[in-house]
Design a protein. Structure first.
Length: 657
């Protein structure tokens, strides 16, 4: 245990000193009693004070209905039908799992301590769990610091006590900073408030029984003998104290005077004082005054917020406390203890569910953090069907593009006369510059992601030049994740900007980067491109190895050449991939947004510099249907066609109705 290891690191003298401090507070071998019994807390708090009952009942009902589960520590997956969850849900023949949890939560909140007694099978695994009354059990500190407890003193039905082993009970307790062996319930710090509240109720009851009259005394003007005084008291009690006579007039055979002795309930400001006491009791329990009926001083505007707060501020913390004890004391009883963790599942708690709009925002955030869509779908209960690649995580890409907005300039039809040819050319130049500057910003980001992959690939190959294909193929998944992450980020950027610009033409579409067809394109495109890229690397490496063999170089010398090859060319390779694939993703995002916006035609705009291909110059201005292929076999710049048509292409498109 961690605690034992830490004690062994100090000197025996210091360890004994620590133990002496414990002994001064708690006598070894003698039971430790709580300062307020659970029975007293139940009797004077839960059963007598309505605010205490209502607040605790809300917590008990909310917490006891949450199911308990067992998860694999490594994967986080739930272990179906684990012996613990089966037994915890059906603990014995008399109580359900929810019944047991109600008692555990109630006992912890009221008295600070709850006890469960496991009944073990022949395999030493718990087969039943029984709730025990906390007042019957007292922990007994040990004189030996290593064992901590000698056991528990258990009170028998006949009043006698028996000492039982520490393993007999599982002890749940709320923190009492002044006591290492027993817990502190919510009732104890609220005891005076509860007493004052109950006294106020009793005072009001007596006042009502006395017709609301203040305390006082009746004094006759003439002296009375003792016999006359006793007779006067008897007749007064018989005639006016009983409920049936309270509203009758007071009649006396002689003249008497009334002397008031105290203020009336109104003067005592009974209602306001009781309301303040209710708020203090709610604070002690940890709930908002809303839960005890005080809407005036509640911080909540609606029921939904109140219910969410109940779980987040009270129920979940106490369940965490219980979970920690179960993992410390009960998990070790199972053979797979080192692989599992006991927990609870709040995914079906209606009060903690968010509306779909909030879920979408959380989805985007988690996706950007690299959380696989499969996990997001499960945790947020989005309801999406499985699709290829949804179990993978994607590296976050971010960039602040330079230049203009990168939006697409929209015209209804291409102009044809000489005057507008100049205007059209200026429009093409402006459009290409906007798109190209935005793509170049993404190129830098992508290049920075791929360059380390190339260097890592070179090192991996150099370590095993005899199995080049296997070494390279092992890198495929990692490379594919990076490329898919880049695709998604660029598609979302260019698709959103394009949709925003195109909405000025009588159409407004909010581009959805999570659409099914987008995910399908990214998965398919990334798989094909990574295979092509890595196949090219296999050829490069084979040539280097062959060249080294022809020169009679040793394996160590060939490995050194390979490392140097990737050191020298990693940056160039990364930029080539970044330039080609950023164009493809940008084109796909633009075209997808144009389709969703109802545009039916697309026009090729070639790069406006001297590095453009000759056939792409000839294609400049070529217009086809939105779903058609351009004359060079490309669906869009960087998409489709031969490698000679897409590698390092920097063209773009315009769209028309």
């Amino acid at each position: 245990m961690p605690g034992r290891k830490s004690l062994s690191l100090v000197s025996p003298e210091l360890a004994n000193y620590f133990h002496g401090v414990y002994s001064a507070l708690f006598t070894p071998g003698q039971p430790v009693y709580t300062e307020i019994t659970t029975q007293k807390a139940v009797r004077e708090g839960y059963k007598m004070a309505i605010p205490i009952y209502r607040a605790l009942r809300a917590i008990i009902q909310a917490g006891s209905g949450i199911p308990w589960i067992v998860r694999e520590i490594e994967t986080g997956e739930e272990v179906e039908s684990h012996p613990f969850t089966v037994t915890w849900a059906h603990p014995n023949r008399e109580f359900s799992g929810q019944d047991n949890m109600e008692y555990i939560i109630a006992h912890m909140k009221l008295g600070g301590n709850a006890y469960i007694r496991p009944i073990y099978g022949t395999d030493k695994i718990p087969r039943e769990f029984w709730v025990e009354m906390p007042d019957l059990i007292q922990p007994v500190p040990s004189a030996n610091r290593e064992t901590w407890l000698d056991g528990y003193d258990y009170t028998l039905p006949n009043g006698g006590k028996v000492r039982v082993a520490r393993e007999t009970f599982v002890h749940f307790m709320q923190l009492d900073p002044g006591n290492l062996y027993t817990g502190l319930g919510d009732i104890f710090p609220a005891a005076r408030v509860i007493d004052t509240y109950n006294e106020g109720i009793d005072t009001q009851k007596v006042s009502m029984q006395n017709r609301g009259m203040p305390s006082g005394m009746l004094t006759p003007e003439e002296p009375l003998t003792p016999e006359q005084f006793d007779e006067f008291k008897r007749k007064f009690a018989e005639g006016y104290i009983s409920k049936n006579s309270r509203r009758e007039p007071w009649l006396f055979p002689r003249k008497v005077n009334w002397h008031e002795m105290s203020n009336t309930p109104v003067e005592m400001d009974y209602t306001n004082s009781q309301r303040e006491l209710i708020r203090q009791m709610a604070a002690a329990i940890g709930v908002d005054p809303w839960w005890v009926g005080d809407r005036e001083h509640s911080s909540f505007n609606n029921v939904k917020e109140a219910r969410r707060s109940l779980y987040e501020d009270v129920v979940i913390p106490i369940l965490d406390d219980i979970k920690a004890t179960l993992n410390l004391k009960m998990r070790v009883m199972y053979p797979d203890a080192d692989r599992i963790e006991i927990g609870y599942d709040i995914s079906n708690v209606a009060a903690l569910r968010e509306d779909f709009g909030q879920k979408v925002e959380h989805t985007k955030t988690l996706w950007a953090m690299g959380v696989p869509f499969e996990q997001i779908n499960q945790k947020l209960e989005l309801g999406f069907d499985e699709f290829p690649g949804w179990e993978r995580s994607y590296l976050p890409f971010s960039v602040a593009p330079v230049g203009d907005s990168g939006a697409v300039e929209v015209t209804e039809t291409p102009e044809t006369d000489e005057k507008t040819i100049k205007t059209d050319e200026e429009q093409k130049i402006a459009e290409w510059k906007r798109v190209d500057s935005r793509r170049r910003a993404w190129e830098r980001v992508m290049s920075a992601k791929f360059e380390p992959l190339y260097k890592e690939l070179g090192n991996a190959i150099a370590r095993n030049i005899t199995d080049v294909d296997i070494v390279i193929d092992k890198q495929a998944d990692k490379w594919e994740k990076v490329l898919q992450a880049a695709y998604f980020s660029i598609i979302e950027d260019f698709g959103t900007v394009t949709a925003e610009r195109l909405k000025t033409v009588k159409t407004e579409v909010k581009f959805d980067p999570f659409a099914t067809y987008v995910r399908a394109w990214v998965t398919n495109q990334a798989g094909k491109k990574i295979k092509t890229i890595l196949d090219t690397q296999k050829e490069e490496v084979r040539q280097i190895i062959a060249q080294g063999a022809s020169e009679n170089l040793s394996n160590a010398q060939i490995a050194k050449s390979l490392r140097q090859f990737y050191t020298d060319r990693a940056s160039m390779f990364a930029m080539r991939v970044a330039r080609t694939e950023s164009v493809a993703a940008a084109s796909f995002g633009q075209e997808s947004a144009a389709k969703e916006s109802g545009f039916s035609r697309k026009r090729w705009i070639s790069s406006r510099d001297d590095r453009v291909r000759d056939d792409h110059v000839r294609m400049d201005g070529e217009t086809v249907g939105i779903n058609e292929t351009f004359s060079n076999g490309c669906d869009a710049p960087g998409i489709g066609g031969d490698a000679a048509e897409v590698i390092n292409c920097r063209c773009t498109m315009q769209f028309y109705r």
